[in-house]
Design a protein around this ligand. Sequence first.
Ligand code: NDP
Length: 274
Amino acid sequence: MTERIALVTGASSGIGRATAELLARNGYYVFAAARRMYRLEQIRSHHIEPVELDVTDEEAIHRVVGHVMSTKGRIDVLVNNAAYAQLGAIECVSMEAAHHQFEVNVFGYARFMQSVVPHMRTQKSGCIVNITSALGKMTIPGFGWYTASKHALEALSETLRGEVMEFGINVVVIAPGLIKTEFVPNQLRLLDTIAHPAAYEKLVAGAHQIVSHEPRCPGPEIIAQAVLDAITTSNPPLRHALPLDSKMAVVARWLLGPRLFEWAVRQQMKPWKP
Ligand code: NDP
């Protein structure tokens, strides 16, 4: 059987790392991409090849995809996963920080999609898995720029799917809820670097509060398993939200309508009192 080839971004930690390792254990040859090479070296094996890149560097992406094609001759799976969350009130996050959020979370994904699709089109096969978020379909005060980036990504994914399905290419969205990785600690650190006037004190406390149960959340392995299921099933769900709270968020928003849903979110942001 021909070796299956995958490229996973954001593979130096969390969901990307768990996915790279799971795919390698299941017969894939994985190109594992991120900026921190020393972290990628920890997972190097006969089936995992680390590649150093920043997803904002278009030339580096073309170089890496060129390397995949020249060494392996094909690319079966792209797992677009590298991202971070720029929290902060919309008023307070600088335009520079907002641009960078989109550079990584939207254009970073788009650069990879543009780079692999021509090869998948020639092969007449391939699967692109875009890791979005529960916040790809809803919003929370204080999460505006991140949420906007994930909404954009949901739209791009759905559009691309319609454009390339006739070439034998599948595009799948996986939308995680809270998962225990480096993601939440990093986003809280970044939030604390934003200068908020005192008027936003409650909002900043609420943003901390809403992710406060992250230490009790599932680990990245459940998302890695969802990726493996999506790329090995002939007709996977187009959007797989998990764990259950991510799925329920979409249902709840639909059932409650925008005003009641907004109220429910604000309740979640209030400090917990015994
Ligand atoms: P982590 O912070 O653990 O991992 C993020 C990865 O992205 C790292 O490997 C990091 O590698 C990489 N990355 C970040 N910026 C860049 C960049 N400019 N260029 C290249 N690589 C970059 O987070 P998760 O594993 O949790 O997140 C993975 C995905 O899951 C993201 O898309 C996130 O939005 C989504 N998600 C996560 C949730 C959670 O609760 N964990 C909830 C909802 C969605 P390095 O720094 O070495 O470059």
